[in-house]
Unconditional design. Structure first.
Length: 128
C-alpha cells in the first residue's frame, strides 16, 4: 500500500488496464487530477516498476505509459478490491461468470501441488 496506496495511483493503474495511454489521455481518464499530481504519480509508479514510459516523440519529448508485468499483477488486486466493494454496495454487481452468471469467488491456489486452498485457517508461511 505504501507504494501505490494513494487514490490517484490506483486510478492511473485502472486507466492503463486497457492498454498504453498518453499523458493527456490519462488526464482525461482520471478526472479531477491536476497535471502536476499526474506527473508526480507517473514518476512514482515508474520508480516502483508498475508503469513504464516510452517516448513516442522527440521534440518536444512526449511519452506514452503502459503497465509492466508488476502493474498487471496489481490489476488483479484492484479487481478483487472492486469486487469486495460491489458485494457491499446495493447498487453494484459482483463479478460474474460469463457462461452461467454465478458470482465469482477468489481462491488461493498452489501452482506446485495444483490445489485450491479453501481453509482460511490454513497455515501461512513466508520466505524471509
Amino acid at each position: 500500500m505504501e507504494r501505490v496506496g494513494d487514490r490517484w495511483s490506483l486510478l492511473i493503474v485502472e486507466a492503463l488496464l486497457d492498454g498504453p495511454r498518453r499523458f493527456n489521455d490519462l488526464a482525461e481518464a482520471v478526472s479531477g487530477i491536476a497535471p502536476n499530481i499526474l506527473t508526480d504519480r507517473l514518476r512514482r509508479l515508474e520508480r516502483e516498476g508498475v508503469v513504464v514510459a516510452r517516448p513516442y516523440q522527440d521534440r518536444p519529448p512526449r511519452m506514452d505509459y503502459t503497465l509492466t508485468a508488476a502493474g498487471r499483477d496489481l490489476a488483479g488486486a484492484l479487481r478483487l478490491l472492486a469486487d469486495w466493494g460491489a458485494r457491499r454496495s446495493p447498487d453494484a454487481e459482483p463479478l460474474r461468470h460469463g457462461l452461467c452468471g454465478t458470482p465469482l469467488e477468489a481462491r488461493w491456489f498452489c501452482p506446485t501441488c495444483t490445489t485450491v486452498v479453501d481453509d482460511p485457517a490454513a497455515e501461512e508461511t513466508r520466505s524471509l
